[in-house]
Design a protein around this ligand. Structure first.
Ligand SMILES: [Zn+2]
Length: 484
């Protein structure tokens, strides 16, 4: 494309006229629908596609998990572009998803934690798509993602299910809602699944006993995946044996395998041909990511995510699938952020960019093209506005200038170094601080953090106190110790 035609395209898309302009440029065609699946607490490195040795999401293990062949998470990712180095800005559900749906980091949305509300002044992806004529619906399973939190902005339909079979039910509701839309309608459906979040107690599904799927049948200990068990072990600093910890990880992985089954069946259902030809799935941009990952006892015996700024929590799976516009089989190592999804959707659908968005559109990377804006890019993660993580594709800097310790419940030690650099290529578990050896790199990442801070436009919206309902929801999901 010439420079001029690029300029013209930008102008046209700014006026929403790009569809009229695309007479011969096939890459300008847009998908019809958007389907976003977010999975709570799903660590990237526990998916087989991200290198995990256990078959939580692979094609070969589909039958064992009761997953629909051809639509396992690994296969869906391989049918599109997989971002191997994707990051969330915060290890908590609400701020992470507010950033996902606004394209802005937490200081700019005003949502630094689960206790805040997404201000009405923030423009969300659902609002933009609704304004563009899409039918919009959200199906959530996390009690923090409810009308009144601000995340509902732009959704025509907002349904939640907090029952035992919530993940299966919201996927069923979402599929039924999509199928019930009039022909010709364009839809944006968002489904949030809770599976891998504590408790790690995967229920049987589709004839598969997920609690036993990866468990060692010889295990004779007492470890179980209840919140009470892991919280008590951490707070009392009981040292778990290797087999106890393996038991907990097997249960967490069972939750992931169960999500794989449910999502694969959902995708398989949407892959059925429609009367108009292409299936809903193939006519959609399908995006899957996590809000954050999970600590599985590696640091101070902590199981959870709110306290953490480690890679186990900040690195998340992210992939995009759209057969006509996303190159299948691509794996990108460029640093991608949850904040990139909003601008990516706008670019892919030919909609004008949103002003003030900080994420970058991944559309060029998704087509297999180069995008110089990603050279040397870093992912900033934070705990409130006090502790920071700065990751590039290889290293990660941890900076805790006030030497604080996170104070979320459950109580327990969780020291975070004041300043540390990890070489993730050599030390994926981030156990060896190389900030003295690689002092230059540490300084560069610190400078990147400083530049990011200087460029921030912090939210000035006042935050009102949490409603009793949302306070209760926090407490029920283990994020609040009592009335505060
Ligand atoms: Zn979450």
């Amino acid at each position: 494309m010439t420079g001029v035609s690029r300029l013209v395209r930008q102008l046209l898309s700014a006026f929403g006229l790009v569809a009229l302009a695309c007479t011969q440029a096939p890459e300008r065609a847009a998908p019809r629908h958007l389907i976003v699946v977010t999975v709570d607490t799903l660590r990237a490195d526990h998916l087989t596609a991200w290198g995990y040795a256990r078959g939580t999401s692979d094609a070969a293990g589909a039958a064992k998990r009761g997953s629909a062949a051809g639509f396992t998470l690994d296969e869906l990712a391989a049918q599109g572009v997989r971002f191997a180095q994707a990051y969330t800005p915060r290890g908590e559900t609400f701020p992470a998803l507010c950033s996902l749906f606004s394209g802005k980091p937490p200081p700019e949305t005003g949502v630094l934690g689960n206790r805040e509300t997404l201000p009405a002044t923030v423009t969300t992806l659902a609002e933009r798509l609704k304004a563009a004529g899409f039918h919009t619906a959200a199906f959530t399973t996390n009690k923090l993602l409810v009308p009144g939190s601000g995340i509902e902005q732009g959704f025509d339909v907002f349904e939640s299910d907090f029952g035992d079979e919530r993940d299966a039910r919201v996927l069923e509701r979402a599929a039924a809602w999509i199928e019930a839309q009039p022909s010709g309608a364009r839809v944006f459906a968002w489904v949030h699944l809770m599976g891998p979040h504590l408790p790690y107690e995967p229920r049987p599904s589709g004839g598969v006993d997920f609690a036993r799927l990866f468990a060692d049948p010889a295990y004779a200990g007492t470890a179980n995946g209840s919140r009470e068990y892991v919280d008590a072990a951490y707070t009392q600093q009981k040292s778990l044996t290797d087999t106890d910890r393996a038991r907990l990880v097997a249960l967490y992985d069972g939750e992931i395998a169960r999500v794989d089954q449910l999502v694969s069946r959902f995708a398989g259902r949407l892959a059925q041909p429609t009367p108009s030809g292409a299936s809903t799935l193939d006519d959609a941009l399908f995006a899957l990511c996590a809000d954050h990952g999970e600590e599985l006892g590696e640091r101070s015996g902590y199981f959870g995510h709110s306290k953490s700024i480690s890679s186990a929590v900040l690195q998340v799976p992210l992939f995009l699938r759209w057969p006509r516009g996303v190159k299948a089989g691509l794996v990108r190592d460029d640093v991608a952020l949850l904040e990139d999804v909003f601008p990516t959707v706008l670019a892919t659908f030919g909609l004008a960019p949103e002003r003030g968005v900080r994420g970058l559109s991944l559309d060029r990377l998704a087509r297999g093209e180069r995008d110089e804006r990603f050279a040397g890019r870093v992912a900033i993660g934070l705990w409130r506005f006090s502790m920071f993580s700065v990751a590039d594709a290889r290293h990660r800097l941890v900076f805790n200038p006030d030497e604080l310790e996170p104070d979320e419940i459950p109580p327990g030690p969780y020291p975070i170094p004041a300043f540390a650099l990890y070489d993730r290529a050599a030390d994926p578990r981030e156990t060896v601080d190389v900030s003295e050896r690689d002092a230059a790199r540490a300084r560069e990442l610190q400078a990147a953090l400083r530049a990011w801070m200087r460029g921030l436009t912090p939210s000035t919206d006042p935050q009102s106190p949490l409603s009793p309902e949302r306070m209760r929801a926090l407490s029920e999901q283990g994020y609040a110790g009592g009335e505060k």
